[in-house]
Each structure stands twice: as structure tokens, then as C-alpha cells.
Design a protein around this ligand. Structure first.
Ligand SMILES: NC(=O)c1ccc[n+]([C@@H]2O[C@H](COP(=O)([O-])OP(=O)(O)OC[C@H]3O[C@@H](n4cnc5c(N)ncnc54)[C@H](OP(=O)(O)O)[C@@H]3O)[C@@H](O)[C@H]2O)c1
Length: 338
């Protein structure tokens, strides 16, 4: 009798536990989602800014957050340069944005951020076509790339794509940003930056530790470090630079990971931000009037000022990273050519 009762209790518990666990998980995820989505202090609806007559450049504009950002900028009247490495996907994005906004001010231009020559070609054309750039959104990024893979320039692929490419591009476009009188550079980084650290050896595929995700985390922290130093160098010019993390967003960002990771990301996707929602913090940095004159700062996915990982706050580190990046990209040589 006693044995039967304890069996009943045991089987009852083993039935109920998975359900309890499931509902607890659901509840936690809902709380996280509400916390992550509901408490933005800034909304697009509350921002009346019109961008007619302004020019914006968005890298990685053919998908995810970049496409959503480009769409909103076009909706507000900006001339938007969609800077994409894949012109077929870029053309598709351009048509979608045109359909959604009716904009006739969309341009598609090719740039591969993992190649110095491609970035240089892109910026040369842009310098001729667009005398003034009011907004540069350095959004393109990739994770899950093979670590320590070197590009034809001898630079590490993840660091080149996520950080060095944007360092180089921004410097080549400075003339157009200055000419605009008042301009903003917005660097899209990641919450993963808090797990990163700055090791300049990473830029050439050396240094440790070096896994796919560590390379991503460190490259995103370098992008913040770059923002801080860029802002310092641009003080008093009317050009500001800030960085932002968009939260966890349902995009193609996991495309280079094995299917198991993609499956988990897909399953969780009902609890995370859509590209349109993920674009909001980025658009906050592009549009909010309260950020006029604010520079060198890092914002979290709730549009709130935050502190990045320590090395991006150390002026010796940011200064040294800038010099190493300028040397590795041959910045002086390329800018002298112009
Ligand atoms: N989704 C998230 O949860 C999340 C979280 C934190 C931060 N972020 C950041 O948000 C940004 C946008 O990512 P997403 O989530 O919107 O992902 P996505 O849909 O994969 O978009 C990434 C974009 O970057 C472009 N790109 C990648 N490598 C490039 C290269 N070498 N040259 C030029 N363009 C390149 C891609 O172009 P192709 O289509 O040609 O590959 C694509 O347009 C990234 O910087 C990412 O790190 C995303």
C-alpha cells in the first residue's frame, strides 16, 4: 500500500514538473521580453524629425536591422545609400523599401567591408556623388565566421568585417561628414561586447583566446573603443559619434552557426525583437534631438546611456587601438591618394 502511494506521488510529480518548468520558463521569457521591449524611453512616434534634404549611408542595408533602419530613414525623407556587398539582395531590399515608403531617393552601392580595396572604391564613388553625408550608420556585421581566417589584406576576417572595415570607411568619408556641418556616426555594436577585451594582436589573427564567439565579442568592443576615440578627435567639428547595441533581434545574424544553434534561435524568436523593434535604439541615435552634441557614448537596447566593458573606457587603449588600426589599414597612404 505504502509502495503504491509513493509510486503515485512520484509519477504525479514527474508528470507535473515538466509543465511547471515550461510555464516558469515561459513566464521568465515573457518578463524578459516585456522588460526588453516595453521600456524604451524613446519611440519613433514621439520623434517628429524630418530628414528631407539629408543624406544617410547605411552599411549592411539589405537585411535585418540595417534594412529596417534604412526604411525608417527613407520614410522620413532622407536620401539613403544602401551600402551592400550583395547587389542582388541589395536590389531586393531597395525595391521593398521603395514599395513601403514611396521614396525615390534610394541608392544602392556595393561595398565589401572585409576588403580595403572595396571600401576605398566605394568611398571614392561616394565622395564624388554625395558631397555631404549627414548620417553614417555602421551596421554591417557577422558572427560565426572561422576564427583566425585572414583576408587578402592579411587582416582577421571577423575583426575586419565588424570593426576595421568601419574604422577605414568612416575615416575615408570624414570629408563628406564635415561638409554636412552637423553629422552623426552611429556604430552598431552588441551586448556581447561586455564579454570582450581589446587585444590588438587579434586584428592580424594572433593573440588568445580565439573562438568564433570571442572574436565577435572582442570586435564589437573594438567598435566601441573606436567610437570613443573618434568622438575625441571630432570634438568641436559638428560631427558626433556614438555606439549602440540593439538587443537580441530575430535576423539572419546566426546564419554561419550550425543548425542546432539556428534552431534554438528560431525557437526563441517569438520572445525576441523583430528587426523593426531592433532598429529603434539605432534610430534613436540617428534621430533624437536630445542627442544633439552628445558624442563618444554607448547606449543600450533601451536607449539608455550605459558603460561599455572596461578597455573601451581606457583612453590609452582607445588611442593605441586607433594608431594600430591606422597602420594596419595604411590609412595615411589611402587618404593621401585623394
Ligand atoms: N540580431 C541580433 O540579435 C544582434 C544583436 C546584437 C548586435 N547585432 C548587430 O546588428 C548588426 C546588424 O545585424 P543583423 O542582426 O541585422 O543581421 P543580418 O540580417 O545578418 O545583417 C547583417 C548585415 O551585414 C552585412 N555584412 C556582413 N558582412 C559584410 C561584409 N563583409 N561587407 C558588407 N556587408 C556585410 C550582411 O550582408 P550579407 O547579406 O551580404 O551577408 C547583412 O546585410 C550587426 O552589426 C550585428 O552584429 C545584432
Amino acid at each position: 500500500m505504502l509502495g503504491l502511494e509513493s509510486w503515485n506521488l512520484g509519477s504525479y510529480i514527474s508528470y507535473i514538473l515538466p509543465f511547471l518548468f515550461f510555464f516558469l520558463l515561459l513566464f521568465l521569457l515573457l518578463v524578459v521580453r516585456l522588460d526588453g521591449l516595453g521600456s524604451n524611453i524613446w519611440t519613433l512616434q514621439s520623434c517628429p524629425i524630418d530628414l528631407t534634404g539629408k543624406t544617410a549611408v547605411v552599411t549592411g542595408a539589405n537585411s535585418g536591422i540595417g534594412k529596417a533602419v534604412s526604411c525608417e530613414l527613407a520614410r522620413r525623407g532622407a536620401r539613403v545609400v544602401l551600402a551592400c556587398r550583395n547587389l542582388i539582395q541589395g536590389q531586393k531590399a531597395l525595391s521593398d523599401i521603395q514599395k513601403a515608403t514611396g521614396s525615390k531617393e534610394l541608392l544602392l552601392r556595393e561595398v565589401d567591408l572585409s576588403s580595403l580595396a572595396s571600401i576605398h572604391n566605394f568611398s571614392q564613388k561616394l565622395l564624388q556623388e554625395e558631397p555631404r553625408i549627414h548620417l553614417l550608420v555602421n551596421n554591417a556585421g557577422s558572427t560565426g565566421l572561422p576564427p583566425r581566417k585572414l583576408t587578402s589584406d592579411g587582416l582577421e576576417l571577423t575583426f575586419m568585417t565588424n570593426y576595421l572595415g568601419h574604422f577605414f570607411l568612416t575615416n575615408l568619408l570624414l570629408k563628406c561628414l564635415h561638409r554636412a556641418g552637423s553629422a552623426r556616426v552611429v556604430n552598431v555594436t552588441s551586448f556581447r561586447q561586455q564579454h570582450g577585451f581589446v587585444d590588438e594582436q587579434h586584428l592580424v589573427g594572433a593573440g588568445d583566446p580565439f573562438t568564433k564567439s570571442m572574436a565577435y565579442d572582442c570586435s564589437k568592443l573594438m567598435l566601441i573603443s573606436f567610437t570613443v576615440e573618434l568622438a575625441r578627435r571630432l570634438q568641436g567639428t559638428g560631427v558626433t559619434a556614438n555606439s549602440v547595441e540593439p538587443g537580441v533581434v530575430k535576423t539572419s545574424i546566426m546564419r554561419n552557426y550550425p543548425w542546432q544553434f539556428r534552431a534554438i534561435f528560431w525557437l526563441l524568436s517569438i520572445f525576441i525583437r523583430t528587426p523593426k523593434q531592433g532598429a529603434v535604439p539605432v534610430l534613436y541615435l540617428c534621430l533624437a534631438e536630445e542627442l544633439d552634441g552628445i558624442s563618444g557614448k554607448f547606449f543600450n537596447s533601451k536607449c539608455k546611456l550605459a558603460l561599455p566593458a572596461k578597455s573601451a573606457q581606457d583612453s590609452q587603449v582607445t588611442h593605441s587601438l586607433w594608431n594600430t588600426s591606422a597602420r594596419l589599414t595604411n590609412l595615411e597612404k589611402w587618404t593621401k591618394k585623394e
